[in-house]
Every structure is written in C-alpha cells, then in structure tokens.
Design a protein around this ligand. Structure first.
Ligand code: CMC
Length: 391
C-alpha cells in the first residue's frame, strides 16, 4: 500500500515463516523442529541435531550413517588454504580468519557457488559440514604454533573435532568422555536460535542467490560482534577484569546500571527472552559438572554465580527482565577444556553452523524473494551542485 513503517532493530517485524525453531521468550521455551532443547541436550548428539535442524526430523540410524559418511568424504580442505592461513598475522582474531577462510573455500569448490537444486544443496551442505571443523581446528592450531592436522575417519563428528583441535604432536589422542559430552551439549545448545542477527544475515545474503559458503561467511562476521556471539569472549574478559579488580561485583553492577557509562553486564539480557534463557540453565549445570569432573577450580565461576545472584535480585535487572543468557557460563566451560578465549566465538560458530545451513536451505526451498528493506528518507531536499572552489 506504499506505507512504510520503521522498526529499528526489527523488534516487531517478522522476516519470514519458518518451521525450524520455536522460541517463547516469555516462558523460556526453546524447541528445534518441535524437540525440546532440554531433551536434545540430554539425549542427542550434535550430528543428529544438525540433521534434524537441516532436514526436519531426527534421523534413523541409516540416515545418520549416510549423512556422517557423506560429510567424511568431504572433509579434506585444499592445501592452498594453508597458505592463506599462513599469510595472516599471528595477532589476527580467529573470527576474522574463519570468515575469510570460509569465503576462500568458494575459490576451491566452484560447484558450491551456484547452488539451486536440492542435490546441489546437499552436496554444498555436506562439504561445509566436513570442511568447517577443519578450518576451526586449523585456525586455533596456527595461533598456537601447532602442526595442522586432520582427524580420523573412524571417529564420530564431535570426537573428530576434538582430535583435530587438541591433539598434541607425538601423542596418541584419547577422547575424554566428560569433555566430549560437554562439547556435544554446548554445540547443540548453540545450533539454532531462529531469526537472530547472524542467521538473518545469512538468510538475507543468501536471498540474492549467492552460494552457501559466501552466505555463511557473512553470518560468521555478524556473529563476531560483542552484542551477539562475541559476548562469550567479552563475558570471560569481564569476569577476569572483576577478579583482577579484587572481585568487587557490586562495583560492576553499579557500572552496568549507570546510564552515563557504556559498560553492560556481558552475558545478560536478550532481545527475545524476558525470562530465564533455557540454554543458560543447562550450561550453568554443565559448567559445575565439567569443572568438578576435571578437578578444575576456577575462581571465575564463583564470581559469575555471585554476579548472577546479585542481578536476579536487583530492581534494575528485574524491571528490565535481564537474565543470564547462553553466553554467560559457556566461556567457563570452554576455558576448562583448554580453548583460548579468542576462540570462544569460533566455537559458537561451529555450533551455529547447522542452524545457518537449515535457515538458508529453508529460505531457498521456499523461494523467498530477495531481502530488500525499505527506508524513510530524512536527508536534504533537492539542491544544486556547487563547484569545489565555491564550497
Ligand atoms: N547490562 C545492563 N543493562 C542492560 C543490558 C546489560 N547486559 N542489556 C540490556 N540492558 C538495558 C538497556 O540499557 C535498556 O535499558 P533502558 O530501558 O533503561 O534504556 C534495556 O535493558 C533494554 O535493552 P536493549 O538494549 O534495548 O535491548 P535489546 O533487545 O536491544 O538488546 C542485547 C539485547 C542482548 C543486545 C542486550 O541485552 C545486551 O547488550 N546484552 C549484553 C551482550 C550480550 O550478552 N549479548 C549476547 C546475547 S545472547 C547470544 C546471542 O545473541 O548471540
């Protein structure tokens, strides 16, 4: 009808119909393809969840085996990618590296650039599911000065990721079941979250019919920001700063409430959840279990719990319905696993991969039109050109 309404941040604007993830922010409910997140985190493994997100239902044994083996066949990365990785300075942030490498994959996999049929989609999906963990592991190992390795075809998807990331030279890597369970859980909890910033970015980039890998690299960049996936790194840095500052959580609570101070309590608040983030509940419990099982005593966990208690009883946070989100406790687990702080958001990307893929595939199969929001122009009216000597 020609009437344009403005909704900055799309707070009340739906961008699509989707059958992938159900989220009730008032009640704190999250379901993938109808399956409650609590059941998936407890009983499923990451690859099963990835399959369900992408294709609609939890797989049968046969479907899962075919998916697993199709992914494995695609898990080799062109050797020239190593040269690109080598060209990055050691100080490069892993998220910038990962987004560039994901984009660079298009140069070595030209058949994945124009993807239209379901068959081509499946090929691109298995390729990226196979190659992305290699890029993640290599990004971390390069920074740590470790040789770039491949996993083992006999291992499961998550075990293989662990081997690629953590195996030290001259050692036979043994998968620690406690870490494996925790990693599975974290990846599952991050796997999709409907139309968040990075997913909307993937959908809108993909709506121009650019290929899957390019769409994903835009999503990785969007995820990097501290208001989105980058919050997990920011949380740990904040907790460290509080510890270094004598552990005075009250001081930081006051800073977070002070409107003249840009500081925010990282890992708190959410656009959609106005009740506890169900993922945070599961992760908090997992953090306790993992630290106990590994015998790690991390004073940061106590600071985090103290901060949470204060916020839950503070009028400012209660009035604004600000609860801990998925990023509040995840970094504590990643750190206990031996993952460097600047890799935390990369781990989020690894988990979110199937969600981005599922949303991209849904958008293409539904033949959604190109994403192209409108605006209301508020600039100058028409005026005449003035030559440079008269300005
Ligand atoms: N600390 C202090 N105050 C906050 C915080 C916070 N973490 N989050 C929101 N507020 C206040 C905000 O100042 C505003 O107050 P007022 O009404 O007085 O102006 C009110 O709460 C509403 O906040 P908003 O910024 O309008 O809410 P939003 O929906 O636009 O932003 C958010 C959501 C997640 C970006 C925000 O809560 C935030 O910046 N949180 C910290 C960063 C973070 O943890 N991000 C991870 C989000 S979950 C995982 C993911 O998305 O990747």
């Amino acid at each position: 009808n020609g009437v344009i309404t403005i909704d900055p941040g799309f707070k009340n604007t739906g961008s699509c119909e989707s059958a992938i993830t159900f989220l009730d922010g008032e009640k704190g409910i999250l379901r993938y393809r109808g399956y409650p997140i609590e059941q998936l985190a407890e009983k499923a493994d990451f690859l099963e969840v990835a399959y369900a997100l992408i294709f609609g239902n939890l797989p049968t044994t046969e479907q899962l085996e075919t998916f697993r083996s199709d992914i494995k066949k695609q898990s080799v990365v062109d050797d020239d990618i190593k040269k690109i990785l080598d060209a990055f300075p050691k100080s490069a942030h892993p998220m910038g590296v990962l987004s560039s490498l994901t984009s660079a994959l298009t140069a070595f996999n030209s058949s994945s650039v124009n993807v239209d049929s379901e068959e081509e989609m499946y090929r691109a999906i298995t390729k990226i599911m196979g190659k992305f963990p290699v890029l993640v592991a290599w990004t971390m190992r390069k920074k740590q000065g470790l040789p770039l390795n491949y996993g083992s075809n006999s291992l499961g998807y998550v075990e293989n990721i662990m081997k690629m990331m953590f195996e030290q030279p001259n050692e036979t890597y043994e998968v620690n079941p406690v870490i494996k369970d925790a990693l599975d859980k974290l990846l599952i909890l991050h796997a999709d979250h409907e139309q968040n910033c990075s997913t909307s970015t993937v959908r809108i980039a993909g709506s121009s019919h650019v290929g899957l890998f390019s769409s994903l690299s835009t999503g990785i960049s969007a995820l990097w920001g501290p208001l989105h996936g980058g919050a997990n790194q920011a949380v740990l840095e904040m907790l460290e700063a509080i510890k270094a500052d004598g552990g005075d959580t009250k001081k930081y609570m006051a800073k977070a409430k002070d409107k003249s101070d840009p500081f925010r309590l990282m890992g708190f608040g959410h656009r959609v959840y106005k009740n506890f983030d169900p993922r945070a509940k599961i992760i908090k419990k997992a953090a306790d279990e993992v630290l106990n099982d590994l015998g790690v005593e991390d004073p940061i966990l106590e600071i985090a719990k103290g901060l949470e208690q204060e916020a839950l009883n503070d009028k400012y946070f209660v009035d604004r319905k600000l609860y801990p989100n998925v990023d509040f406790y995840s970094g504590i687990i990643y750190r206990a696993m031996g993952i460097p702080v600047d890799m935390f958001t990369v781990m989020f990307a690894l988990g979110r991969l199937p969600g981005w893929i599922a949303q991209w595939r849904e958008m293409r199969l539904k033949k959604e039109p190109i994403g192209r929001p409108r605006q209301i122009y508020i600039g100058e009216n028409e005026r005449d050109f003035v030559s440079i000597d008269k300005r």
